[in-house]
Design a protein around this ligand. Sequence first.
Ligand SMILES: [Zn+2]
Length: 365
Amino acid sequence: MADSRSVTVFYDEVMLGHDPQVDLPFLPSRVEKRVSNILRELNFKWSYPEHPGRLTAIMEWLKEYPIPGVQIKVGAHATYEQLGRVHTTTHLDHMFSLEGKRAWLDKDTTAVSPESIQAATSAAGNAIAAVECVVKGETQSAFALVRPPGHHADAVRARGFCLFNNVAVAAAHAQAKLGCERVLIVDWDAHHGNGTQDIFWADQDVLFFDTHCAAPFYPGSGNLNEIGAGMGEGYTVNVPLPEAAGDIALEKAFREILIPAADYFKPDLVLVSAGCDPHHNDMALNMSYDGLAVLTSIVQGIADKHCDGRLALVLEGGYNLTSLSRGVHSMLTVLAGGDVPELMESGLREVMQAAEFHRDAFKDD
Ligand SMILES: [Zn+2]
């Protein structure tokens, strides 16, 4: 058992107020036809996958299986000014104009209900609170359990369930107010973090590293040759993977690509867009809870080496409630100093046990 460490979870029930339903009116009208057609072609009753039950499942699991060293706090809402560090006023004014309304914003399933904007400012604000807590040394690491997620939202647009880019807002806050010059953002969500990549595309002070299921999987970006531009050239690192990629491949990507990149970059703060959807219960990639635990321990090692352990995770996707709640639990367990499992190809441990069990069965005496 490693030394126990303090971990602070940031969470606010306000984020449960974001609850879009499928039968919403559409905005703008030309999107309406496309989304209506998509929904009509589905043969089952479709419901909005990014729903409040995601966060309650995580919190209930944590309550049932508490982790020593983990405390829970509530962060303040992000302000217009804090959001404005990474989003245009056009985008922010549009989002705030939707307060109290129900609407579809985008053909790729981004919608709002009356309390969504409050939920979204809370999500970004809790990501900021996680970073503040870590940088000020009040906790060794933090995990902002937030929704709506953020990494598909770019400077000008809501996309893919995301209204504001929570991790980008937190990174920009750390740079503007907390004296962190260089921020490493690791995105292990199964989907490419196109919004985060866009926001820091030409920025040499934010290193963005993203493992994801390769295009044409949503959102279709994150190719190997997307490396940033201008002063930021080389500071975007994409590792597109086939659907079947699992623990061993991801661990190798982190050890052989991320660690050397971090050694070169020397971050002052490490942030993670921590999705649980690379777990095999979800729609792409083939990771286990042990795999998610190992990735957590690798980013923790990077933070320990370069920036006194300053590490904050921000929740992104994860739509299977079982793997979402248990996945977050396994990440928190490692953050709190729990044991880190050794990874093997899936099934190999069981085959070794079975081989031992059957060892003498067919031997002549
Ligand atoms: Zn995702």
